[in-house]
Design a binder for this molecule. Structure first.
Ligand SMILES: [Zn+2]
Length: 410
């Protein structure tokens, strides 16, 4: 390990050089109750003990409470207004097309990982789905691969040949708990072999979309995770764990999905296709949530007053908060050029869709659980070391985790 290096400044924040390997874990969809329930059930003996010896806090995730905006905030230490990634999709007004934002060209700033690698730290990243890999690894010298495509790694592209061989597990299905287990197994193998200075692990919320906190399946998943975290600790790593977002049931009492089909509503009010509803949760992997989340942005036709439209949409049953672009971007620290005229957030048990005909819910084999809104903003922050001097003047964010791990953990 490179020692005695000076602090690194990235996006206006300064980070001390790690004095031992630091592992930052982003557990996708980890509503704080998953940990509370698993601790109560005795499913996470290692982490329960480590949290008691170290620190356990709650923090606010980025809204939209989706995977990519939050992962990018965590690795840049900055909100989407700075890094630019505010969802999986945005509407490119100039091109007149929906554009996927998983290409690094949409990233507007440097990551903490790339900056440390540039300064000579050894850095490794393992993520579940390949959609995040290129964003997380942007500009970074080091190891960066996904579980999903661990069978295709090459030294020039991923910093490692044959990641599958290193991990020694079969290639997992993209829709499985094993996709996340592979991330942890890879992290442990890396820590026990190359021993990176900084290791970032990011899982997928396949389990959380199906199983509520405290269920046997959820506790089994967290129990699996606990075993790997214990091994990382035993290898001498400082562990810092957070989440990209929480998760809630999006159903009524009978378990039927509660959906506001906002495109259908706006078509009825304004005429077909005049407004455009963009759901930034939409991605190529929609089976477990049907592309339904609690956040949407709306592009209005010319001549429609945004304030009045926001008021009308806010009046729909199941909506939580509807703001115009300026106010929404200020409140949620989002990039105005990638958001529509309205920002709409639905309530705890309701999601927003476009048109009923466009959402295929046939792939749902469990009652709908999803995220995206303010009700999925609370996430855990857990450290296996004590934290000195945590600033109390403002609420903690999940993207303070590198600051806490590198500057405050003792
Ligand atoms: Zn999800």
């Amino acid at each position: 390990m490179a020692r005695d290096r000076g602090p690194i400044t990235v996006n206006g924040r300064t980070y001390g050089w790690p004095d031992r390997p630091v592992v930052v874990v982003c557990v996708d969809g980890c509503e704080p109750d998953y940990l509370s329930e698993a601790f109560l059930a005795g499913a996470m003996p290692y982490l329960a003990g480590a949290a008691a010896r170290g620190a356990r806090l709650e923090a606010a995730a980025v809204v939209p409470s989706f995977t990519n905006p939050n992962n990018l905030s965590i690795v840049t230490g900055a909100p989407p207004a700075v890094h630019g990634i505010c969802g999986n999709y945005f509407w490119d007004r100039e091109a007149g097309a929906e554009v996927m934002m998983n290409d690094p060209k949409y990233l507007r700033c440097e990551t903490i990982l790339a900056a440390f690698a540039q300064a000579g730290a050894s850095v490794a990243v393992v993520t579940a789905k390949d959609k995040l890999r290129r964003l997380l690894g942007h500009g970074m010298r080091g190891i960066c691969f996904s579980s999903e495509k661990a069978d295709q790694t090459t030294a020039p592209e991923h910093g490692i040949d044959d990641a599958l061989g290193l991990v020694g597990l079969p290639l997992p299905s993209v829709y499985s708990a094993a996709l996340s287990e592979f991330v942890f197994a890879a992290g442990v193998r890396l820590m026990e072999s190359t021993r990176p200075d900084l290791l970032y692990l990011s899982t997928t919320d396949y389990v959380q979309h199906k199983h509520a906190p405290g269920t046997a399946q959820a506790n089994a998943f967290y129990g699996m995770m606990d075993g790997y975290l214990a091994r990382l600790d035993a290898a001498g790593a400082a562990i810092a764990l957070t989440a990209d977002h929480g998760m809630n049931a999006k159903t009524d009492q009978e378990g039927a999905p509660q959906v506001v089909y906002l495109q259908d509503v706006l078509d009825g009010w304004l005429g077909a296709g005049r407004a455009r509803v963009i759901l930034p949760i939409t991605d190529p992997y929609v089976v477990h949530h049907g592309a339904l989340g609690s956040f949407a942005t709306v592009y209005l036709p010319e001549g429609v007053d945004a304030g009045a439209a926001a008021g009308s949409v806010a009046g729909l049953p199941g909506m939580d908060l509807v703001l115009d672009r300026e106010e929404g971007c200020r409140r949620f620290e989002l990039p105005p050029d990638r958001m529509g005229d309205l920002i709409a957030v639905s309530a705890r048990h309701t999601v927003i869709g476009t048109s009923a005909a466009k959402h295929d819910l046939s792939g749902l084999d469990a009652p709908l659980r999803s995220h995206g809104g303010l009700t999925e903003q609370s996430v855990p922050l857990v450290f296996n070391r004590r934290l000195g001097d945590v600033p109390s003047r403002r609420r903690l964010r999940n993207f303070d985790i590198f600051d806490l791990a590198l500057n405050r953990a003792q």
